[in-house]
Design a protein around this ligand. Sequence first.
Ligand code: IPE
Ligand code: IPE
Ligand code: MG
Length: 237
Amino acid sequence: MELAELKTMYKLPTHIGFIIDGNGRWAKKRNLPRSQGHIKGFNRLEKVYKMVRELGIKYISIYAFSTENWNRPKEEVDGLMKLFRRVIKDFYNKNKYEDTRIEFFGDLNRFEEDIKTGALDIMERTKNNKDFHINICMNYGGREDIVQAVNKLIKQGKTLVTIEDISQNLYSKNCPDPDFIIRTSGECRLSNFMPWQSTYSELYFPKVLWPDFSKKDLIEAIKEYSSRDRRFGAIKE
Ligand code: IPE
Ligand code: IPE
Ligand code: MG
């Protein structure tokens, strides 16, 4: 089935959040070092952006590295930093991303200077692009995001805040809440991914490990989303 056909057959989300889990288990199953799983997993990303775009979905957020992931062995963290450098280099390829707005969600100060400045530069250079949006969550923690938003508001002198105030000060201020969150590898939790924005997200936990996530898995996911009845607390006539 062609992905473009799905548009006419199924209800599609506007924003998909992907928690890309299972890289380590993918490697372990093959007796490979965990870093190989991450390489495979990061290679998948470009294919997934393409597929999601083909479907006509406007926003995609990738949970690539949590604030808690710094607690992993140094060797693994170093391997992931190498991959972030590669991701940043790839985003500099103008032809591929000229109509895409790329944002990094998370505190970039914890990264080495080249990663931080590369990420900031890409955000600046793509800020007027509108057709497709990719958000990379790295050193991202949903609770930390809420706290930094509240602190910004306090600095502005606010003593009472609204839902809108907080939403407008989160990293995700430029995009709608994710309608659909897919976490691969069968784990049924969000692990600090968008707690504020996911209150009404449809959650989906396929067993597939992220490095194996294929077109078939995306189609399955879209079918699942389309079958959900989103009521937002109301009832149907
Ligand atoms: C997710 O894969 C990717 C990152 C956290 C960067 P994991 O590394 O968590 O894979 P598992 O859960 O150990 O299989
Ligand atoms: C969540 O996965 C973070 C990312 C996918 C980047 P983890 O593998 O770190 O989460 P836990 O430890 O299973 O909750
Ligand atoms: Mg994991």
